[in-house]
Write a protein that binds this ligand. Sequence first.
Ligand code: NFS
Ligand code: SF4
Length: 642
Amino acid sequence: MAKELTYADNATREMLKRAAADNVDTIWDRYEAVQPQCKFGTMGVCCRICSMGPCRISLVPGKSPQTGACGANVDTIAARGIARMIAAGTAAHSDHGREVVHTLQAAASKPDFDFQIKDPMKLRSIATLYGVKIDGRKTNEIAAELAEAALNEFGRQHGEMIIAKAAPAPRVELWKKLGIYPRSIDREVVETMHRTTMGVDTDYKNIINHGMRTALADGWGGSMIATEISDILFGSPNPLRSRANLGVLQADQVNIVVHGHEPLLSEVLAIVSKDEGLIAKAKAKGAKGITLAGICCTANEILMRHGITVAGNFLQQELALLTGAIEAMVVDVQCLMPSLHSIANCFHTKLITTSSKAKLPGVQHVEFSPERAKAVATQIIEQAIDNYQNRMTDKVFIPPDNERIVAGFTTESVFNFLGGKYRGTYRPLNDAIIAGRLRGAAGVIGCSNPRINYEEGHIRMVTELIKNDVLVVTTGCNAITCGKHGLLKPEAALKYAGKGLQEICRAVGIPPVLHVGACVDNSRILRTLSNIVSEGGLGNDLSELPVAGAAPEWMSEKAVTIGFYFVASGVYTIIGHPLPMMGSQNLFKYLTDEIEQETGGKWAFEPDAAEAAHKMIRHIDRKRKALKLKPMMYEQPFKPEE
Ligand code: NFS
Ligand code: SF4
């Protein structure tokens, strides 16, 4: 049985008790079973890139071996490992972006296609960024040309990426000077794989340099394309209400859970699940209706645009199945635990894979394609309805917990609020920071990880930041944790925020923690920071802003990529468990210190989440001082150390 979780939401704790009583292993049990973990892997000193290896460097300084068989030292081995994580993360986010662009392309050319352009305003704004002519042209013409331009960002052979020019001009110039301005997404990923294979790049700084270029091709490339084109196709989110946690599942309804990342099928499911005919079918089978709920970033996508409820985050995917109340769990790609199959088998739940890129042995596969979107969605929902009668009622347990949330903030929508309805402007935000009402802003994002007392990292960090008048923006699984714990409600400001942040939240009616979407939507944070710079009064580049980023419970390679594009963008970025490279003192010094001379950003590792928040606050205060901003307006509970 897993260790007791002292910070986790009530539903999670209840479900874990059930799992223990039923002798079902979950992620926490399996995590314990793999202890103790390999020190060489943890420290990043193991290389298995070629078959002269695997080679591992002694962790005792001076003790042999200090190089692999080929002569690679610990700095090279550790840097190569990190660079390959970045390449994998970039590949995952960007491949998702590519699917969305292909869908835009099809939508532009086929009049009876299941997807159509829902936000023509955003289409025009992104088309303009790409230099696509918009005046006097039809929506579909613009969309077709934009889709082509966006696809070129993946495979361009000459020249460089266009969308990354959305960054402030001095940043773009700096990237070019450092040789890390990205050329095209696939090219940077390929070059990372090339440089890190046996006998190529040995200089750890040069390897990380290209790692940053690859990461930028994600944050200011593949992820940004995924976000912007999804908004064009499915509509840009606006603030809306919903609920989060396992209690959103309904005992008397057909429950369908979508889990994974790409927004395509889940978008159609969100629409088709409201179909009167299907609801009538569900009723004919004795259910009161159809409930759709999400897990992981797919949840965030349909929450942001449709207000669909969230069943849980990464560590709750197995617990959702353990309710015994899910007729179908539909998965696509990324963050899917291979254990889902065996847990689903304990119940009537149909697990359905939908992407050719992610199949599970023995699991039903219904291949999704944008051309057959509605048909696939209907087939899945009908199957779920038929499965309702197989529910083993005596095995059903849905914990009641579910919390009210407000989500749906974007680069465009947040500050329309702050600026009043008719004039979208960042001025009030910048002024609040300049006047010392707000200390600054922090992006707290990323996964949950059984290595950490579940949710402690997120909750302690976020509450500590808002208490000190730092506005928090959140994505991914952190956002879901914040939602479950009541931090995404406007009232949370009164309970947790410092006086300055409280005043702003009250005046505008926003929560102190703003949910801006899925992990690819970290690109919204980049665009927001760029808008703050161009609004004026807080410096000329991202690195001058009083902001910081964090992923206290990170797990995925995608999180490593995100961290690197934030560091390359000049942002101080702190994570809990260190990157797997601590065996290389040189690399550690470079990433947590020297790199700041180059990009203005740097890494920090701090397992204690409240202490990590303090480090972020100290960094924000240093930036405030450098900008010669006014002292904070109100007496603050936090006294930074000198
Ligand atoms: Ni992000 Fe989303 Fe969650 Fe981590 Fe996985 S769901 S893309 S990787 S675990 S935050
Ligand atoms: Fe060993 Fe060098 Fe081969 Fe890596 S590349 S496995 S260090 S011989």
